[in-house]
Design a protein around this ligand. Structure first.
Ligand SMILES: [Zn+2]
Length: 647
């Protein structure tokens, strides 16, 4: 084995964390490259050159394919070995592999490691390999010092491509991941989102040779019979009509244009990630074709755990949910699962009031919800503490009023038309059925909803044990008649149920529900005990103190609870959201992953976390910047932003 130079792949994961996508730094010998990168033949001027040659002529590092049939004729000098990446050899017919061939391919690659420096080697992963065999060989390669893998896409978004993606999710997070094969520009956002660091744009060159101009969502064959399409890119801008060019000129222009399209899409990905909108971009691009849309649905369905682990739990940017691709996006599905697993209604609630969502978020700030709130106030005054206001919305389903300021509830943006498709209606009514199981059977439901919202309730009704009173007739929930009806119904029902007024509970309700949501069941009761003093405004900040000591604060603008050290002490017994720091004292305002080898693997980017020392003492609290598993696996990068620390 040749020792010497090394490749270091460093992933800098900061606040831009948005799904498994990442921005990194790849160090090959003395050259540092920022990932994500576009790979391709030298003629398209990529970030990193893919070369099949056995000698390199380029100044930038190349990705060299060791020939199909590995032989000693591949001989590189030491400098070449250390300053390039090497794709380990494959069998000539690697796309039609039987089980025994898969093992042979992997063994061939293991054997080839003697010719290269293992840290510079990239393993080819056959798309038909089983997860078990993959894990066995990843271990073998890892032991040899390999930490890079490449997957070959055939571009039909079918079984092969889906397998590649599912296999990729099983690889260590600190490996460098490459994709090659037929990759159209429209596929780039999905691959980047999934954590591919180097993306092959070689298809752009092949397309150019066939007079094909690629666009971000489509492509065209240059033909003199068609009206010339306008492009202002540096390659096309001097040529109003490409069909007038000679074949060789055309090919050159198209090569450059196609390469620009890949770059432009990838740069949009990076910028969307920094704004927390990468998922939206991925969904938008999958509309390039039904098979790509289908692929994303399969990926969402089959690798939810992987996607969810890297999806932040807090954020300030607007989250556009534009269609069916959003129904099961990780942030949306996680909300529904947390609601089912973590939400517990406050004990004072005797009536569930179902309301429609509003375009404006949080809903309380909308005109319609202000109107609802005035009606409740004027009809029953302080008896409103018995009302569980519950908002129906797509694709999140059911939102208790106490949680409306949290993420992604205060951030999502959907077209509010009142029309719901069958899938949306089913998702929401299933959630409503489960939600109502958390309330006593004597609870009365007042359904102040119409249109699609009414369909949800009607659809759920056969499976709900509580009685439901409808207040809108055929009119909208905001009509004069509907509102009068709501007022009368509230008055009647509170009388029939003999509900008494009392001290308002909305501050405690919001704090406890948010605490349960963030830290899991039981956290609300521990963090906001009955004898705590709670003060503030739901719209601003709510502070909870016990014996004059602050335990936590709810920040209305983020819907998020931040802990004090005393608050962390109160919920420590739950043994959740902890990070073990190997040092004695936390210095500065950042905890880096290098000091962490153990953390709760339920931690997601954006979570409020508790820092423990090796003796289980609480030494700090803060906000996580990466997932719990990443904190343990990475030895660089910002893991936690510290809020409070001991001393
Ligand atoms: Zn162009």
């Amino acid at each position: 084995m040749i020792q010497g130079g090394m490749i270091m792949v460093r992933f800098l994961i900061g606040r831009g964390h948005d799904g498994p996508a990442r921005i990194g730094q790849i160090e090959i010998g003395s050259i540092k490259l920022k990932s994500p990168l576009i790979m391709g033949p030298s003629s398209i001027k990529p970030d990193i050159v893919s070369a099949v040659k056995d000698k390199m002529e380029y100044e930038t590092p190349s990705i060299i394919s060791l020939g199909s049939i590995f032989s000693k004729t591949n001989s590189f000098n030491e400098e070449e070995i250390n300053s390039n990446l090497f794709l380990l050899p494959s069998l000539p017919s690697a796309s039609f592999l039987k089980d025994s061939d898969i093992t042979a391919v992997l063994e061939l690659q293991l054997a080839a490691l003697v010719e290269v420096n293992p840290p510079n080697a990239i393993v080819r992963i056959p798309s038909s390999i089983s997860t078990m065999l993959l894990e066995e060989y990843v271990k073998k390669f890892h032991e040899q010092g390999v930490s890079g893998a490449i997957f070959t896409f055939n571009g039909d978004y079918g079984r092969n491509d889906l397998n590649n993606i599912l296999l990729k999710t099983k690889l260590p997070r600190n490996w460098l991941i490459l994709s090659t094969g037929k990759i159209l520009p429209a596929t780039v956002p999905l691959l980047f989102y999934l954590g591919f660091d180097i993306i092959d744009a070689g298809l752009g060159e092949a397309a150019a040779a066939e007079s094909i101009r690629l666009w971000s969502l489509s492509f065209e064959k240059i033909d003199s019979k068609d009206t010339p399409r306008f492009c202002a890119c540096s390659a096309c801008h001097n040529h109003d009509d490409l069909s007038l060019l000679s074949q060789s000129q055309l090919e050159e222009v198209l090569r450059a244009h196609n390469s620009i399209v890949y770059r432009s899409v990838l740069s949009e990905c990076v910028s969307s990630m920094k704004q927390g909108k990468l998922r939206w971009l991925v969904e938008s691009f999958t509309h390039a074709g039904p098979s790509l849309t289908g692929l994303l649905r399969q990926v969402d369905n089959q690798s939810y755990d992987f996607l969810e682990e890297f999806t932040p739990t807090t954020g300030k940017s607007v989250l556009p949910l534009i269609g069916p691709e959003s129904y099961n996006s990780p942030a949306v599905r996680r909300y529904r699962e947390y609601l089912a697993d973590r939400y517990k209604p406050p004990e004072t609630k005797k009536i569930v009031l179902l309301l429609p969502c509003s375009a404006r978020k949080p809903y309380s700030d909308s005109k319609s919800h202000k109107r609802f709130s005035n009606i409740i106030e004027s009809a029953i005054g302080s008896k409103n503490r018995a009302i569980a206001e519950t908002i129906l919305t797509s694709p999140l389903g059911v939102v208790p009023r106490e949680l409306e300021r949290g993420f992604p509830l205060a951030n999502y943006d959907i077209p509010v038309t009142g029309f719901w498709d069958a899938e949306e209606t089913q998702i929401a009514s299933d959630l409503l059925v489960n939600h109502m199981k958390k309330f006593d059977e004597s609870t009365v439901i007042i359904a102040h909803v119409s249109g699609g919202y009414l369909d949800i309730v009607k659809n759920a009704e056969p499976n709900i044990s509580q009685s439901i009173i409808y207040t809108t007739g055929d009119e909208s929930a905001s009509s004069r008649n509907s509102l009068d009806n709501l007022r009368e119904t509230l008055t009647d029902v509170t009388q029939v149920l003999d509900i008494k007024g009392g001290r308002p509970t909305s501050l405690e309700d919001t704090l406890r529900a948010t605490a349960d949501f963030q830290f899991g069941p039981g956290a609300g009761a521990l963090l906001i005990p009955p004898d705590a003093k709670v003060g503030g405004k739901v719209y601003g900040t709510i502070i909870c103190r016990l014996d004059k000591e602050q335990l936590c604060a709810f920040i209305g603008s983020t819907g998020h609870i931040s802990l004090t050290l005393a608050g962390a002490q109160r919920i420590a017994e739950l043994q959740r959201y902890w990070v073990r720091f190997e040092g004695d004292t936390v210095k500065g305002s950042t905890l880096f992953a290098i000091g962490i080898n153990d953390a709760d693997d339920a931690i997601r980017p954006g979570d409020e976390v508790i820092i423990l020392d090796l003796k289980d003492n609480i030494i700090a609290v803060g906000r996580s910047e990466m997932s719990g598993r990443e904190m343990c696996d990475f030895d660089n990068g910002r893991a936690v932003s510290i809020r409070h620390k001991v001393g």
